[in-house]
Design a protein around this ligand. Structure first.
Ligand SMILES: [Zn+2]
Ligand SMILES: [Zn+2]
Length: 328
């Protein structure tokens, strides 16, 4: 048996349950979870804001642990230390998989959404979608890299060669992507929630060249903007902060409606683009970059059974960096 935090219906707290440990088949492995970071997507799941959630569900898609059992065709061995991210399985033959865009796979399954995730002592994963970890960093330090870091990296990559990059919403993804961007020689302009002093101080400590409220205009035109806050009104705001040819990248899986805005604000070949999920290549590239750049996550740890408290703290903006469940 194992302990797990389960979402039984939308809009309710997770419930601590005892449930049988999973058994691996074929390419699957069982992972003893050491740490699982908490993501804003988990809040959207709890709130029922994503389509086709199956209940009961164990959330969690930023997992670090060790393999304790393998299926007959698994590509990893017992004892291997691995990371598990959002992408859990892809079909391998739709038009997206066939063109190196497995993040857009028509039949993709995501960990902690379509299949049970890491808010548990053990989880099942497809070995082909696990990231082998050779880092000796503690599990709770690596876990935040696996969604906040990775999605942030994909957003940053899609800004191309942008030098002056605005970041809107300064939480888990932002604090990791800021470190990656500075390592790559870019300048970060941090837009925090008006009045959120802690986030503003944090952004400054991480090396942002400018920090201000998201209601303030950028001090000079930017090459790109990355929006992590789930606030649609930031899209036309960010567009106004851009140079001609600039890009707005929306990094969240869910956002409130985008208000209407004049075409003149989009004119000049400005672009708005969403980032959906990740590819395994993103994961491998970012984990290497994180090692080279010595990216460190600022974490606040919680026990497994405190998952509801971690989610509540994330919701109110009380987390500086990333909340991580640490499982004994
Ligand atoms: Zn996530
Ligand atoms: Zn596919």
């Amino acid at each position: 048996m194992m302990r797990a935090m389960v979402l039984e219906k939308p809009g309710t707290e997770l419930r601590l349950v005892e449930t049988p440990q999973p058994t691996p088949k074929d390419q699957q492995v069982v992972i003893k979870v050491r740490a699982c970071a908490v993501c804003r997507t988990d809040l959207h799941l709890v709130d029922g804001e994503l389509p086709d959630i199956r209940y009961p569900l164990i959330p969690g898609h930023q997992v670090v642990g060790e393999i304790t059992a393998v299926g007959g065709r698994a590509e990893l061995a017992v004892g291997a230390r691995v990371g598990v991210a959002w992408l859990g399985w892809t079909c391998g033959d739709c038009e997206y998989c066939a063109s190196d865009r497995e993040n857009l796979c028509d039949r993709a399954r995501f960990n902690g959404y379509h299949v049970d995730g890491g808010y548990a002592e053990y989880m099942l994963a497809d070995s082909r979608y696990c990231f082998p970890l050779d880092s000796s960093e503690p599990a709770e330090q690596i876990a935040p890299l696996l969604c906040g870091g990775l999605i942030g990296y994909r957003c940053l990559r899609l800004t191309g060669e942008a030098e002056k990059v605005g970041i809107y919403g300064f939480g888990s993804a932002a604090h990791l992507v800021t470190q990656a961007a500075i390592y790559q020689g870019r300048e970060i302009y941090a837009f925090t929630r008006p009045g959120d002093e802690a986030a503003a101080v944090f952004a400054g400590e991480l090396g942002a060249v400018w920090v201000g409220g998201s209601d303030q205009p950028a001090p000079e035109p930017l090459d790109a903007a990355i929006i992590f806050a789930p606030v649609g009104a930031l899209v036309p705001k960010a567009l106004k902060d851009l140079k001609k040819g600039g890009k707005v990248i929306c990094g969240g899986i869910h956002m409130s409606d985008i208000p209407r805005f004049p075409y003149a604000d989009l004119w000049g070949e400005r672009e708005i683009r969403s980032v959906a999920n990740l590819t395994r290549q993103d994961g491998n590239e970012f984990l290497k970059l994180a090692r080279d750049a010595k990216i460190t996550a600022q974490i606040q740890t919680y026990a497994l059974e405190e998952a509801n408290a971690a989610l509540a703290a994330l919701r109110t903006g009380a987390i500086t960096g990333t909340a991580v469940l640490v499982i004994d």
